[in-house]
Design a protein around this ligand. Structure first.
Ligand code: GMT
Length: 384
């Protein structure tokens, strides 16, 4: 198949999933064309089946905001036509699904039928999408897509709850490449961070408000009163300065390191004992899956799709959003020498269920179904 993938090319989960999916499809023999405004962060790999098309955003003094959606739709038209794509797969509804709708209508006037699959990732529904400033367009473009997938049952439920959707949504969970995300031997790294055998707590995030990074620091502060621990925080974003301020206020800076944006997050996860994800909202929790693949148990909130991934009492625990005391208590249980090895191996076993080799065929089958539906529509005699 020849597939066009549209996504945000940044560190965000939706862009990571889209890029990893494109790479896996290319390895499996499909021709994949990324259409984005810059080179996707994880598109770090050469394959003859992979192509990258940059959206040209022309600005003009009259525009207070450059019309990105128009530039994207025009690029999609161009790539579909000249690369003869079979299907467009857009990740994150805003504005990718509506730009795809526009591209599809333009192509139709030239006799080209291009099916569009939209994957919903989370905040495009739960936070931004349902805001009245975007809702009508999001509802319309979901209903007009030829196929719609969501990354968890919870996100599917939320979508039906917040939008008037009259079409089927298929759940295809996120996935992980277990060849890349696996526990590596990094004893020297562990000794450098935890010279006295402290337990190592890790959090990775984009420091947006929904991640509740303050709760990460508060949980760590509670643990530190009971057992020797260190905390590594990977990533960067709007709440970082505030979080650093909280660490100073609590007098724990010697035991906390902010590592900023890191490419090789699996190296940090390889030496971790516990991963924290106390988010306010999380449609899936890809960062938690990456931790589990490196044999790290997870303490998370019960927001969104997290309980579907982090099995309570097995791979870690889920607590109510903001219940820091419960998260401290459950963390101490996991970190006890008698429990830790079991939680670690359970985390890995769970992660194996989301290996790319298990999830890729679900996307391929879904594409086939959408392409067949289109063919049947073309063949069906007109009743008008
Ligand atoms: O969480 C973020 O801020 C990034 C966001 C995105 O859209 O890039 O992540 C969402 O998509 C990920 C991949 O499907 C999911 O693993 C995250 O749970 C989801 N985030 C939220 O729902 C808040």
């Amino acid at each position: 198949m020849k597939i066009g993938i549209v996504c945000y090319p940044t560190f965000g989960g939706s862009g990571v999933v889209a890029t990893e999916l494109g790479k896996a499809l290319a390895k499996h023999g499909h021709e994949v064309h990324f259409i984005t405004y810059s080179q996707p962060t994880r598109l770090d790999f050469f394959n003859t089946n992979l192509f990258y098309h940059e959206v040209d955003i022309r600005t003009y003094p009259l525009f207070q905001y450059p019309p990105y959606e128009l530039a994207l739709a025009s690029k999609m038209v161009n790539v579909v036509k000249y690369e003869k794509l079979d299907l467009l797969h857009v990740h994150y509804a805003i504005p990718h699904a509506s730009a795809a709708f526009m591209a599809k209508q333009i192509l139709k006037t030239e006799g080209i039928e291009i099916p569009v699959v939209t994957t919903l990732h989370g905040t495009d529904i739960t936070l931004v999408g349902k805001d009245p400033s975007y809702e009508p367009v999001v509802t319309f473009s979901i209903n007009e897509s030829d196929g719609v997938t969501a990354v968890s049952d919870d996100l599917k439920k939320d979508t039906y709850q917040h939008f008037k959707i009259h079409r089927e949504i298929e759940v295809i969970p996120n996935f992980i490449d277990l060849e890349r995300f696996k526990k590596q031997k990094k004893d020297h790294f562990k000794t450098a961070i935890c010279p006295n055998g402290e337990k190592l707590i890790v959090h990775t995030s984009n420091f947006r408000k929904v991640k509740r990074v303050d709760d990460v620091v508060k949980i760590f502060f509670g643990l530190r009163k009971k057992i020797p621990v260190k905390l590594l925080i990977v990533g960067d974003g709007p709440e970082r300065t505030k979080t650093e301020g909280l660490c100073r206020e609590l007098g724990i800076c010697d035991d906390v390191r902010f590592l900023g944006k890191l490419e090789a997050v699996e190296e940090v996860l390889s030496v971790a004992d516990l991963f924290l994800m106390p988010s306010e909202k999380e449609s899936f929790g890809l960062a938690a899956l990456e931790a589990m693949a490196c044999e790290v148990p997870v303490i998370s909130s019960n927001a969104g799709g997290l309980p579907e991934l982090n099995i309570n009492g097995v791979t870690g625990f889920v607590s109510d959003i903001g219940d820091v005391d419960d998260m401290i208590e459950k963390s101490l249980h996991i970190l006890a020498e008698a429990n830790l090895p079991t939680f670690k191996s359970n985390a890995l076993e769970r992660a194996k269920q989301f290996d790319v080799t298990a999830i890729l065929p679900l996307y391929e089958a879904y594409y086939e179904k959408i392409l067949n539906n289109r063919l049947q529509k073309v063949k069906a005699p007109s009743m008008g």
